[in-house]
Design a binder for this molecule. Structure first.
Ligand code: ATP
Ligand SMILES: Nc1ccn([C@H]2C[C@H](O)[C@@H](COP(=O)(O)O)O2)c(=O)n1
Ligand code: MG
Length: 210
């Protein structure tokens, strides 16, 4: 299992060339569907490293990078930052981490993200974990998240939902057509959602017959 990511390493390091085989699972779903919450559980139980594209972009704003203001404005508007920026952050995070199994949360968010990541890194996801949740439930969760996120206000939330419907769902459909989507009903309590997630990550050979 695993995909060679020579291209990712080359871009991140300039001329350096390392072979690193990685397994990647994309974690997708609407804003507030519970991606980050479930990724923490998966990390704990299955030894993956969690890379949230949104968290990497927010860290980039805080670092005072030259792209910081552009990223901040895009996030406030609920828009998707150009792939070039996000892919560099993901590549660097993969490169710097000793692990070989990654959950990439909130990426690819649109067709541009998807195609660019594939052509730059050559990485195909092992599968796509898709948290399916009704909008009313996601809105309720986001409005009570209380993590001080600038985009957790009703105006930006509505814009994020629109971008999700128009740009992110087609990416999920793309992977569905390839038989790669593992859909989870995310409108249940956290523990119940994790039970379903565990079933996806547990190899058939290790599943105990009921
Ligand atoms: N199954 C659940 N039931 C109720 N609340 C949940 C559930 N899963 C997550 N939450 C809560 O909903 C909020 C959003 O969850 P989380 O941050 O994991 O979503 P997300 O998909 O990562 O959102 P975003 O795309 O905005 O980063 C958090 O406050 C979290 O504690
Ligand atoms: N691939 C991505 C992922 C995220 N962003 C920006 C735009 C999102 O609204 C914001 C927050 O992401 P989240 O933490 O909710 O996953 O970050 C992006 O531009 N491209
Ligand atoms: Mg999140």
């Amino acid at each position: 299992m695993g995909t060679v990511v020579d291209a990712a390493i080359k871009v991140a390091n300039g001329s350096a060339h390392t072979n690193k085989k990685v397994t990647v699972v994309f974690v997708l779903g609407g804003p507030g569907s519970g991606k980050g919450t479930q990724c923490s559980n998966i990390v704990e139980h299955f030894g993956y490293t969690h890379l949230s594209a949104g968290d990497l972009l927010r860290a980039e704003i805080k670092s005072g990078s030259e792209n910081g203001t552009m990223i901040q404005n895009m996030i406030k508007e609920g828009k998707i930052v150009p792939s070039e920026v996000t892919i560099k952050l993901l590549q660097r995070a993969i490169q710097e981490n000793g692990n070989d199994k990654f959950l990439i949360d909130g990426f690819p968010r649109n067709e541009e993200n998807r195609a660019a990541f594939e052509s730059v890194t050559g990485i195909e996801p092992e599968f796509v974990l898709f948290f399916d949740c009704p909008e009313e439930e996601m809105e309720k969760r986001l409005l009570s998240r209380n993590q001080g996120r600038e985009d957790d206000n009703i105006e930006t939330i509505r814009k994020r939902f629109k971008v999700y419907m128009e740009s992110s769902l087609p990416v999920i459909d793309y992977y569905k057509a390839k038989g790669k989507v593992r859909k989870i009903d995310a409108a249940r309590p956290i523990e119940e959602v994790f039970k379903a997630v565990k079933a996806v990550f547990t190899p058939e050979s290790e599943k105990v017959a009921a």
